[in-house]
Write a protein that binds this ligand. Structure first.
Ligand SMILES: [Zn+2]
Length: 171
């Protein structure tokens, strides 16, 4: 029993090490559901398979394969979420666009601050879109959320918000 538990622990540690060795990808694309499935295989199924056999040989062989399986699975994960035929419904598209969305909201904030200074407005005053955006305004067009959210400019002193819950800044 003890040796089986050791096999389970070794398989877990090796799987973790293998997954950690896999190269990180720079883009922020992710698929939480697929990641759950792959993690389940690497960190639950494979360690259990190493634990299960009564003969040590098979168990240790599976434990030794755990890092390779984890490493390969992570490469497969990165590769398949970039596949053009991968269903978009499984992708966290909004999460991928959180940074550009934040940059857009910063721009809107700047326009709002400038508008308040130019028009002698103070905390609580609310600009309309036509106050901020247009040919002779601070920005020609209102920035739009690349993830498909809509912006609420808000009052002076309030942050500009995006309607996507993944784009809500944590305080
Ligand atoms: Zn957004």
């Amino acid at each position: 029993m003890t040796s089986r538990l050791i096999r389970l622990a070794v398989a877990l540690v090796l799987a973790w090490a293998g997954a950690a060795m896999a190269p990180r990808h720079a883009c922020r694309l992710s698929s939480p559901s697929l990641f759950m499935v792959i993690s389940g295989v690497c960190f639950v199924l494979v360690p259990l398979l190493a634990f299960w056999p009564r003969t040590g040989r098979t168990g240790w062989m599976i434990a030794a394969l755990a890092p390779l399986i984890a490493f390969g699975s992570m490469l497969f994960y990165v590769e398949i979420i970039h596949w053009e035929l991968f269903p978009t419904s499984l992708l966290n598209v909004a999460g991928a666009y959180a940074n550009p969305c934040r940059a857009n909201r910063k721009q809107i904030e700047m326009a709002k601050t400038q508008w308040a200074a130019d028009e002698n407005k103070t905390v609580g005053d609310m600009p309309t879109d036509t106050d901020l955006f247009g040919a002779d305004r601070y920005f020609r067009v209102k920035p739009s959320c690349p993830g498909g959210g809509t912006y609420t400019v808000g009052r002076v002193g309030e942050p500009t918000r995006c309607s996507l819950k993944q784009h809500v800044d944590q305080p």
